[in-house]
Design a protein around this ligand. Sequence first.
Ligand SMILES: *[C@@H]1O[C@H](CO)[C@@H](O)[C@H](O)[C@H]1NC(C)=O
Length: 152
Amino acid sequence: MAGLLALFSLFLILPLSALSDPNPKPVPPTQAHAELTTYGFPIGLLPSSVQSYSLNHTSGEFSLDFGSSCKITLPPDNYLATYSKTVKGKIAQGRIAELDGIRVRAFFKWWSITGIRSGDGELVFEVGMVTAKYPSKNFDESLECEGKRSSS
Ligand SMILES: *[C@@H]1O[C@H](CO)[C@@H](O)[C@H](O)[C@H]1NC(C)=O
């Protein structure tokens, strides 16, 4: 009887959770990723290896520690991006500014990403005066660092 009841409750619970979100987003790997989503950004902007972070909810100033520098290949154009051991910036709803520590390799040069804006399903990356736009859905997954090296 108790077993039947348990089975019954299982059937009651399962369809509810399955139906609640037809397009489930991946679970944020760390609290820092979860925090990022509350500001309207996808978790894929950060590698999964966040060791620690701090965020001042008043000013939006944040600091992320990845333990060591980190390299990932960003979709959809497979740009190589590096994250310094420490990445800093200032976050507000849909806006990251004064970004320091993320660089992207494109056109045979390394470019520092200075800001990121999010809205209407798009991410706008700012490199000084230049911007590049990508669909946010390309960043729904948080990537692991590639070929981790102990140096730098
Ligand atoms: C957070 O930012 C506010 C506004 O800039 C500042 O007054 C406050 O001292 C900061 N708090 C911490 C813990 O740094």
